[in-house]
Design a binder for this molecule. Sequence first.
Ligand code: UDP
Ligand code: MG
Length: 310
Amino acid sequence: MKLSLVVPCYNEAENVAAFHDAVLEAFQGCGYSYEIVFVDDGSKDATLHNLKKLHKAQKCFVKVISFSRNFGKEAAIYAGLKHATGDYICLIDADLQQHPGIAREMASLLDEKPEYDVVAAYQDRRGESKVLSFFKRRFYSVINQLSDVKFRPDASDFRCFRKSVAKSILSLAECHRFSKGIFSWVGYDTLYIPYTAAPRAAGSTKWSFRKLMNYALEGIIGFSTKPLRIAAYIGMLTAAAAIIYLIAVVCEKLFWGIAIPGYATAIVLILLLGGIQLFCIGIIGEYVGKTFEQVKDRPIYIAKETLTWE
Ligand code: UDP
Ligand code: MG
C-alpha cells in the first residue's frame, strides 16, 4: 500500500460520498494502490450509514472506524494513523475544502524529494473574518513566545508524511492532543506548499469561537510550562511592590506624621491581590487538571466498529 488517506468525519453525511468520488477521480491512473481510512467520530447523522455503503462497494480500498461517541478530530486523526498501512499517510478533511488532487500532488512531492519527510499545505488566502484572523495571529505570537517548538501560523492539518513520521506521532500518546504542536514537536524536514481552501461542500464548520479559544488554551498548556513561571514572576513583582509601599508608608508616618486614611487603598489591594492569587491558582489548576487526566491513562478513543478491507 503506497498511500493512506486519513479522513476524520463528524456529521458529514452529505459529504462522504462526494469526497470518496472526488478521490477516485483525483487518483485515476496514479499507478499505485491507495486506501481511504474514514474515521466516524461519533456522528449523529447518517455518516456511518453512508460510510458503510462506501465500504461495501469497495471501489477503492476503504476502511471505516467508528467511535462510540464524539472524541474530537484529534482522536480521529490518532485512530486513522493507527489503522493506516500506507508508506505515505495524508490527513485530509471530509468536507472537500481540501481537494484530493492536492493530496496526490503531495504524495508525488514525497516521491520526488527524498530529503523531505513531510509535505504540509498552508492556506495562502483565508476567507475568514478580520476579528478571527486577528485572534489567530495573537495566538501564534503568544504560543511562539511561550513554547520551545515553533508554530507556523498558516499551516493546517492538511499534510502528507512518511510512515516513520506517523510512527513518531503515534508515539506521543497524550490524551490532550494538539496536532499542530505534535507536528512541530516531532520535527522532520517539512516542505510547505500553498493551497486555497474551497468553501465547505455541505454542512457547517464544527468550530465555534468558544471552541477555538479552548483549543488555543489547550495548545499553550500542552506545549509550554512558561505560564507557571509567569505566575511566579507576578507573585514576586507584587510582593516587591508591597514591600516598597510599606517602606514608603512607614517613612511618611515617621517623618511627616501623616495619618493616611487607608480604607480605599486597603480594599483595592485586597481585591487586587485576591485577583492575582486566583489567576495564578487558575494557571496551576490547568496543569494539575491536565496531569490528572493524563494519569488516569484512559484510551484516546473507543472504537465500536472497525471495518477493514483485508
Ligand atoms: N471533525 C471531526 N470531529 C470533530 C470535529 C470535526 O472528526 O469533533 C472533522 C470534520 O468532519 C472535518 C474535519 O474534522 O472532516 C474538519 O472540521 P471542520 O470542517 O468543521 O473544520 P474547519 O474546516 O472549519 O476548520
Ligand atoms: Mg472544513
